[in-house]
Design a protein around this ligand. Structure first.
Ligand code: GEK
Length: 258
């Protein structure tokens, strides 16, 4: 079983410190996106989100074929900007403009530094703000990857409606989430498979348990069907998952052209 993670791309090679946050004894209270998390975040995501890079590549394929040249793409909960940085590379010829919004200053500092390191300041912008108050009318695509799960369930419907209203006709929303299954047996098995995935990436049982506890009141996942219903209630007419790995799913949702 491998204990170290291979470095998948240049960003991680330059921007990563290994995530050992939950190896230390003291982690009390809920998980927060502070300085310490931002430091190790790229490694954390790479080792905690199954097929993270493949999902970004699939998003590039979708946006590459659905959007017009020069379109604006907004990443809601952009963290350290990895997705936008990758998209700007994979879709260079499309001349898209990219905006990342997050409410963690530490994450945004890192995102800006990475954009500078990779000479992408021209096409990438980052803004500090609460995504539930997003105001970017005429956006062609919103990305909402692994972030809706941190928004209080009661606010999700209003938030997604707001995202829908900010999209131009024919625009798209990409939604990636950790999910639950309402079949208790399957749900338990999927969690076991996911914990095995993390162990294979070098996390210990104790680290996994502590992180799970810290996320308990903060990350609230819904089922695939509940997420699909939320998207449809917001107004999206075409809603399809384009990727699923056990308890992780990514949807493509399209706003009608008119
Ligand atoms: C990726 N999408 O690399 N307003 C703004 N930002 C928020 C809010 C809010 N209300 N709530 C949470 N965040 C990224 C990964 S991480 C997922 C997204 C994870 C931000 C928070 O600061 C963090 O940067 C991000 O949402 C969630 O694909 O850590 O599991």
């Amino acid at each position: 079983m491998k204990k170290t993670t291979p470095t998948h791309n240049t960003e991680q090679a330059h921007a990563g410190t290994r995530d050992a946050l939950f190896q230390v004894e003291r982690i009390n209270g809920d998980f927060v996106f502070d300085d310490r998390v931002a430091q190790v975040f790229d490694d954390m995501l790479d080792r905690s989100v199954p097929h993270y890079q493949e999902v970004i590549q699939s998003i590039a394929r979708i946006l590459g074929c659905l959007l017009q040249e020069g379109s604006q793409i907004v990443d809601l909960g952009c963290s350290t900007g990895t997705t936008l940085l990758q998209l700007s590379r994979l879709l260079e010829e499309k001349k898209f403009t990219y905006l990342g919004i997050d409410n963690s200053a530490a994450m945004l500092d890192k995102a800006r530094l990475k954009a500078e390191l990779f000479s992408r300041q021209e096409s990438l912008n980052f803004s500090d703000g609460d995504i539930t108050k997003v105001d970017q009318p005429g956006t062609s695509a919103f990305l909402l990857n692994y972030t809706l799960q941190f928004i209080r369930p009661l606010h999700r419907e209003t938030f997604l409606r707001r995202v829908y209203e900010n999209l131009s006709p024919g625009g798209v929303l990409i939604l990636s989430e950790k999910i639950i299954s309402h079949h208790p047996g399957l749900n338990r098995r999927y969690i076991e498979i996911y914990h095995q995935f993390k162990k294979e990436r070098g996390y210990s049982e104790l680290e996994i348990a502590k992180k799970r506890e810290a996320l308990e009141n903060v990350l609230i996942p819904c089922s695939l069907e509940e997420n699909r219903n939320l998207l449809q209630t917001a107004g999206f007419t075409e809603v399809e998952p384009f990727f699923q790995w056990f308890n992780f799913v990514s949807f493509l949702a399209v706003k009608p052209a008119n």
